[in-house]
Structures are given as structure tokens and as C-alpha cells.
Design a protein around this ligand. Structure first.
Ligand code: NDP
Length: 401
């Protein structure tokens, strides 16, 4: 039993609060804080019977976060604001001696670049303070790495190839919308792609490698090779990996809109002068687009996120596929959310629960694959994201002889 402070009242924050409130034996008191307090109040007031405190906080300011932590005294802070706030919130946790969990790695606002170096640099300070930071505990990053840890523990002696395959075959009925924060989403997709092969990173032009991949219950969908943050920690923690790639589906309508927006300069993060005022085109675009949290009600279809793996077990080649399919309608029924917010928020709650219970408990800064996967894998189905697996099937990738 303990107190949790959740920062960020967007699409993912809504799910994390609802799922934590459904486990009161662990999360006995919840505070939801965000930049706009009215959004916290709207979520809190919509959860019957739950005792959820709310607060306003600018999490770019470590001092404000530290003051809030001191007044509420949580055991854990769940950061589901934006990646820009990761470091100030980690600073506040260090100052006050409180554990930390997030779902996306830090990126500086003025450079569209994400990597773990900034957060890994907190390792010694978190250890010295005796507190834990669990990085990237959503679905991808997050559950995907726990899948790899599970495969490494139960299916392989060595994993050689991983392909993370992320499909959203849902329809939200909007001409163009992103499923998580538009600014972060568009920064991720418009930057160069990258994958790991034979000990080095191979960089490619954005969206330049793609192919149809068959997803369970969905069928073939064009999937694009992107760089994704969990590749960085997976190749570090599993040095036997020879190639690691990440694939994500996009519909033609989404790509056409994105190309037009890019061509006219709307996805730029360089400030421009407009009527005497500095504006950042991508931030302005975000203000025009639907909020991710608002997409849930009419969303149909499903997501399918999993990993194709190939490696060696007992001297024999082995393939393994593990995945979850999540219906947008089910996500809405359970947490008034669309599937992408839901598949992020549920693993964040379970990671937080395991930390609060002391099951995942180690001073320092960790990625999800460094935790024992068993307790997570045993419970995640019960909270809404059951997994399925297939052994020694043909995988849709080329492998060196
Ligand atoms: P939203 O844009 O819906 O929500 C972000 C929330 O953070 C908003 O409530 C926003 O406040 C708040 N916020 C922004 N800046 C500040 C600040 N300075 N201080 C306090 N609060 C702030 O995004 P999502 O919910 O879709 O995404 C949340 C996080 O989850 C992101 O980091 C995203 O990258 C990550 N994510 C991870 C995934 C995974 O699988 N691992 C998948 C999807 C998302 P306001 O309402 O005022 O704007």
C-alpha cells in the first residue's frame, strides 16, 4: 500500500490513473498532476469511488516537482507527461529520494533526437541515493523488452535477430490524427531511420525501407522501418543480437498528409516569425490536431504489437514470435481510451505495481529487459494485455545463411 504521483493528464495519463485506481490494495492514494489542472480534474471526477487528488505542476521546473513531491510524499512518481520533462522529474526524484518510472526516453526540445545517454547518466546518483528509475515502461518501449527478456530466459540460449513489429489497424474516423502526442510522434517519424547490424548502426532515409508484414487477425500491412528507442538498450543488454530492427505500419492516408505537412514546413521545429511572434510550426500543428486522448470513443479495429526473434536453443536454430492484439473498443470499455494510450498505460501501471510491491526493486537506473520478466508476464493478461506466442514458425524476414 502506498502513494503514487502521476504526472501528465493526456491519453496515457488517463489510462494509468484508471488502472492504478483499480488496484487500491497497492495504490492506496493517487495524485494526478499536470500542466493543466482542469484535465486532471476531468479524469479524477470521472472515476467513481476513487479518491484522487489533483494538482497543477509545470514539470519542466524540477523545483515545482520537488515541492509537490514533498507535500504529497509519494513512494513513486510515474511520468507520463512528455519526454522533455524526463530530466527535471528525475532531478526532483533524486532531490527527494523517490522512485521514478516513465514510458519514453528524454529528448531535448530543440533537437529531434532521442537516446538513453542523458538518463543512463543518472545511474550512479540513483544508486547512491538508494532509489530506482525504470525507463520506458509502456508497450514499445516497455512490454516489447520484457518479451525479449522472457524469450531469453525461457526460449533461447542466444538471440541473434529481433524484429519488433508494431501495427495499428484501427480507424479513428479522422482525416489525420496521431495516436500519441502529435509533436513527439511526428518528430519520431520524420527523423532518419536506423537499425543495428553486425555491431553498428545503419542509418537510412526516413520511411525508405518498407514491406508488407502479416499481422495476426489483421493480415498484411505495409510496415516501415523506423528507429525506436528500445533498440538501443536491447543491443546493449543482449550483446548476442546481430540485427535489431523496428517496423511500424502507416496507412497511405496518414503518409500523404504527413508528406504534405512536411513539404509546406509544418513539421519543422525551427522557430519562425509570424505577426511579430516566434512560433514553432510543429507546436502550432499540434494545437490544431485532435488530442490523442479524444480519439477513443469512435475508434474501431485493433493493434498488434510483437517481436519476431531468431536464435539458438540447444545448438538448434529456433524462431519465436510473441505478441498482443488489443481492440480499440475494448480499450475504451476498460479505460475510456484508444488502444495506443491503453497499451502504453497498462504496462506502466503494472511496472509501477511491481516496484511498489518491491518485486522489481534495485537502486539505480534500469530498462525493462533488466527486470525479471516472470512476474510481469504472469499478470499483464489479467490487466488487459494478454500475450500469445508461436514457436518455430516461418518469419517474414531475410536472414544471412
Ligand atoms: P498527450 O499529449 O496526450 O499528454 C501529455 C500530457 O503531458 C498532457 O496532459 C500535457 O499537459 C502534459 N504536459 C506537457 N508538458 C508538461 C509540463 N511541462 N508539465 C506538466 N505536464 C505537462 O500525450 P500521451 O498521453 O499520448 O503521451 C504521454 C507520454 O507517453 C509521452 O511521453 C509519449 O511519448 C509516451 N508514449 C509512450 C508509448 C510507449 O509505448 N512506450 C506509446 C505512446 C506514448 P497539457 O494537457 O497542458 O498539454
Amino acid at each position: 500500500m502506498g502513494k503514487v504521483l502521476i504526472i501528465g493528464a493526456g491519453g496515457v495519463g488517463n489510462v494509468v490513473v484508471r488502472k492504478c485506481a483499480s488496484v487500491p490494495e497497492v495504490f492506496s492514494e493517487i495524485m494526478l498532476a499536470s500542466r493543466t489542472k482542469s484535465k486532471c480534474d476531468a479524469i479524477a471526477n470521472d472515476i467513481p469511488g476513487a479518491n484522487i487528488k489533483t494538482a497543477q505542476v509545470d514539470a519542466d521546473d524540477a523545483k515545482q516537482v520537488a515541492d509537490l513531491i514533498r507535500s504529497f510524499q509519494p513512494e513513486l512518481v510515474i511520468n507520463v507527461a512528455l519526454p522533455y520533462q524526463d530530466l527535471p522529474i528525475m532531478d526532483a526524484c533524486l532531490e527527494t529520494g523517490v522512485n521514478y518510472l516513465d514510458t519514453a526516453n528524454y529528448e531535448p526540445k530543440d533537437v529531434a533526437k532521442f537516446e538513453y545517454s542523458w538518463q543512463w547518466a543518472y545511474q550512479e546518483r540513483f544508486k547512491a541515493k538508494g532509489i530506482m528509475a525504470l525507463l520506458g515502461c509502456g508497450f514499445d518501449p516497455g512490454q516489447t523488452q520484457i518479451y525479449v527478456a522472457h524469450a531469453a530466459k525461457h526460449h533461447f540460449d542466444e538471440i541473434h535477430y529481433i524484429d519488433i513489429v508494431d501495427c495499428n489497424a484501427g480507424d479513428h474516423g479522422q482525416a489525420f490524427a496521431t495516436n500519441f502526442n502529435p509533436e513527439i510522434n511526428i518528430r519520431e517519424i520524420t527523423q532518419k531511420g536506423k537499425y543495428w547490424e553486425n555491431g553498428e548502426w545503419v542509418e537510412i532515409d526516413p520511411m525508405s525501407i518498407h514491406k508488407p508484414i502479416d499481422y495476426p487477425n489483421i493480415g498484411p500491412k505495409e510496415s516501415y522501418l523506423l528507429y525506436h528507442e528500445e533498440l538501443e538498450s536491447l543491443v546493449k543488454n543482449f550483446p548476442s543480437i546481430k540485427r535489431a530492427r523496428f517496423w511500424m505500419t502507416f496507412g497511405q492516408q496518414y503518409i500523404t498528409h504527413l508528406q504534405v505537412l512536411q513539404n509546406v514546413g509544418m513539421t519543422s521545429i525551427e522557430p519562425i516569425k509570424f505577426n511579430g511572434q516566434d512560433i514553432i510550426p510543429l507546436e502550432f500543428l499540434k494545437a490544431l490536431l485532435p488530442e490523442p486522448g479524444s480519439l477513443g470513443e469512435n475508434y474501431t479495429g485493433e493493434t498488434s504489437i510483437g517481436i519476431h526473434m531468431k536464435g539458438i536453443k540447444n545448438g538448434q536454430e529456433k524462431t519465436y514470435y510473441i505478441w498482443n492484439n488489443c481492440l480499440h473498443q475494448d480499450a475504451y470499455k476498460d479505460a475510456k481510451a484508444q488502444g495506443v494510450s491503453y497499451t502504453t498505460g497498462v504496462p506502466a501501471m503494472l511496472g509501477a505495481k511491481l516496484m511498489m510491491e518491491g518485486v522489481w526493486s534495485q537502486a539505480g537506473v534500469y530498462n525493462c529487459e533488466e527486470m525479471d520478466p516472470d512476474p510481469f508476464m504472469a499478470q499483464i493478461g489479467k490487466y488487459g494485455l494478454p500475450w500469445q506466442e508461436a514457436v518455430n514458425i516461418d518469419l517474414p524476414h531475410e536472414y544471412p545463411a
